[in-house]
Ligand binder design. Structure first.
Ligand SMILES: [Zn+2]
Ligand SMILES: [Zn+2]
Length: 229
């Protein structure tokens, strides 16, 4: 299967390849159809990005020509989370992110500046897209970002909570390293200071599985350049 064979109405470009990516792309296309998104003039570029720490992000780059929006909107979805909690990605994350895109286009057309990204207009747009979604600034969902952070060079740390919960990953910065040395970085739950874990032998199986998945994807995308971006 190659992405060239897959076409979704209202999506101009995409890199959907796996079954859940394809299903997510279908949902994006379905919701955009529902709100009559002007996809002839505003191209939708949908990317499944395995390096994204957030569940999603978007970028609106449009200008007005005779009062109508023209340009490109880019929607990024973390595809690892499609494996972890498919339901929340479809029902919460996709409407959440699409509402940001619609909000951005609307601001351009109606000539206003967005003060708060999760304002009443945004909430209304979420509701319009998916009446069952909860318009919350922070999406509920069982997303585990630790493997993504590790694959980006983060530091694996551990507290005294025990089991899976005691592992966290923080950015590899001088400030964080210093905090770990002086035991100033404490767990909010058990109150013990985090310490650095060396090697990945202790990693909970869940994070190991996610890491293995990310490595496999990277190999596949490396061999198929059209999937890289
Ligand atoms: Zn948001
Ligand atoms: Zn703890």
């Amino acid at each position: 299967m190659t992405t060239e064979n897959l076409k979704f109405p209202l999506i101009t470009q995409h890199n959907a390849e796996y079954p859940r990516e394809v299903q997510a792309a279908k949902e994006v296309s379905r919701l955009l159809t529902k709100v009559e998104f002007p996809s002839q003039d505003v191209w939708v570029d949908l990317r499944f990005d395995y390096a994204l720490v957030e569940h999603s992000s978007s970028n609106v780059d449009v200008m007005l020509i005779r009062g109508q929006p023209h340009g490109i909107v880019r929607i990024n979805l973390q595809a690892l989370y499609l494996m972890q909690d498919f339901e929340s990605m479809l029902m919460e994350v996709i409407p959440h992110e699409l509402a940001h895109v619609l909000h951005g286009v609307k601001a351009k057309v109606d000539g206003f500046t967005i003060e708060k990204v999760h304002d009443d207009i945004w909430q209304h747009l979420v509701f319009k897209l998916q009446p069952d979604a909860e318009p919350l600034p922070k999406v509920k969902g069982e997303f585990d970002d630790r493997a993504v952070r590790l694959s980006k060079g983060g530091i694996l740390i551990q507290c005294e909570c025990g089991e899976d919960e005691s592992f966290a990953v923080i950015a590899n910065t001088a400030g964080n390293s210093a905090k770990l040395r002086t035991e100033d970085h404490k767990c909010g739950t058990c109150k013990f200071p985090y310490h650095r874990v060396d090697g990945q032998t202790l990693l909970p199986q869940r994070i190991k599985d996610d890491l293995a998945f990310l490595e496999r994807i990277q190999c596949i995308k490396f061999q198929h350049p059209h999937l890289q971006r």
